[in-house]
Design a protein around this ligand. Sequence first.
Ligand SMILES: *[C@@H]1O[C@H](CO)[C@@H](O)[C@H](O)[C@H]1NC(C)=O
Ligand SMILES: *[C@@H]1O[C@H](CO)[C@@H](O)[C@H](O)[C@H]1NC(C)=O
Ligand SMILES: *[C@@H]1O[C@H](CO)[C@@H](O)[C@H](O)[C@H]1NC(C)=O
Ligand SMILES: *[C@@H]1O[C@H](CO)[C@@H](O)[C@H](O)[C@H]1NC(C)=O
Ligand SMILES: *[C@@H]1O[C@H](CO)[C@@H](O)[C@H](O)[C@H]1NC(C)=O
Length: 467
Amino acid sequence: MAAMVSPVLWCALLCCLYSVALGGKEHNFVVVPASSFEPEAACSTSVTSELPNRASVPLAHRHGPCVPSGASGKPSLAERLRRDRARANYIIRKASARTKTLSAGDASVPTFLGDSVDSLEYVVTLGIGTPPVQQTVLIDTGSDLSWVQCAPCNSAQCYPQKDPLFDPSKSSTFAPIPCSTDACKALSADSYDNGCTNATDGGASLCGYAIEYGNHAVTTGVYSTETLTLNAGVSVSNFSFGCGSNQHGPYDKFDGLLGLGGAPESLVSQTSSVYGGTFSYCLPPTSGSAGFLTLGAPSNSTADFLFTPMRHLSPELATFYVVTLTGISVGGTALDIPPAVFSKGMIIDSGTVITGLPKTAYAALRTAFQSAMSQYPLLPPSENGLDTCYNFTGNSSVTVPKVALTFSGGTTVDLSVPSGVLVEGCLAFRGESSDGSSGIIGNVNQRTLELLYDSGRGSVGFRSGAC
Ligand SMILES: *[C@@H]1O[C@H](CO)[C@@H](O)[C@H](O)[C@H]1NC(C)=O
Ligand SMILES: *[C@@H]1O[C@H](CO)[C@@H](O)[C@H](O)[C@H]1NC(C)=O
Ligand SMILES: *[C@@H]1O[C@H](CO)[C@@H](O)[C@H](O)[C@H]1NC(C)=O
Ligand SMILES: *[C@@H]1O[C@H](CO)[C@@H](O)[C@H](O)[C@H]1NC(C)=O
Ligand SMILES: *[C@@H]1O[C@H](CO)[C@@H](O)[C@H](O)[C@H]1NC(C)=O
């Protein structure tokens, strides 16, 4: 009897040991087809990726095939990264100054007009006015005041855009905000004010707004209110936004911007009585698929989310959402990074592409990642500022280590592999020049996660595999 049973037992035991031994390796690396690194020609997601029973709109990559009014040509990775660097510099400078406006001395820092906006990569399409007119706008957690270009506007003052210009005269719900109102005066607290305009409405001078991105005014016009339609049955009435009459910059085609920051002018703050100051989005894994942007928390449960505390840099700078990173792991192994390196916090930004880590943290990540990927030829560092790029030519599949970020409270978030780790074959992280400033969690790392920004609870939640 014993002789008959033991081979079975042995086999079971051996199999078990074998899978434990292999398990570490298998679970900490992901084999992905090389086609994951190629751009998509068609949109694979149906346009209705809205969430049932939630105030949501589909979201897509600005240069991909899922944008309703047609994709504009995608700039090269080098150009996208140049814009991205300018945006990141702008955000870091603003964050370290802890103020909304940069002093005159900062103006000499070479930021290019519009770069911090032109680097934005994700758009949503929503309706504005009554009847609603479709507009495709960039989403931006790094600014607050939303705007669209408004008719009439000649080609010297407005850049060419995807859809016809929004024409306030054709909307029954449009109203310019008078200059004398509290709503107009409040703009100065966030440096979006621009005095009173010459234009009048029934004799009253109107409220001017101006938004400076990277210390250059890029949009000015009349602060106004309008009805915003997110999807059938969900609208936001009396939404304050900028009706833009003067926009300059090297833009490529989009109709405006939707500000999702934490200051009072943002869509999130304006709708807080209804949605609790909570919103979420999911950035899709590729530019050939769609994600979503949603106001409010899921109504049934947030049990699928992992949360970490969220704060703002200062009461005066409520725009940015800040979390604390405490550790990073590569291929299941925690990197040896002194926690003090992360003490200035990480700004989570929808508009920055590459994650900027404190210098010491990036050095540790780069070493571990390059070691885990040592079977693939590393490309020489290029002008785009990324130093961990691979040549996968000829490989039908690529084995990529998992990368996980651990946040305060012990919340560990596995990044999507490869979409959340690599961008066009390059590790989507870079090192800041020192350990002394805030870092930024860029949008590549955020792909496929639903990020739930909950200002009421003071937390950010992460849900894997959401789009
Ligand atoms: C506003 O009025 C002032 C003074 O009348 C004039 O100099 C200025 O050009 C006007 N601005 C616009 C935009 O019309
Ligand atoms: C609409 O918003 C403006 C500006 O915030 C405010 O002054 C006005 O009272 C609001 N109107 C309604 C009907 O809520
Ligand atoms: C909440 O509802 C969504 C959509 O109906 C569903 O997919 C999800 O599983 C639900 N979550 C829980 C925790 O019940
Ligand atoms: C990548 O590798 C292929 C084949 O090994 C080679 O022909 C090509 O020149 C390499 N590309 C770069 C950018 O180094
Ligand atoms: C593909 O990847 C392997 C490493 O796994 C490498 O040894 C090989 O040279 C690569 N290139 C080709 C053409 O297979």
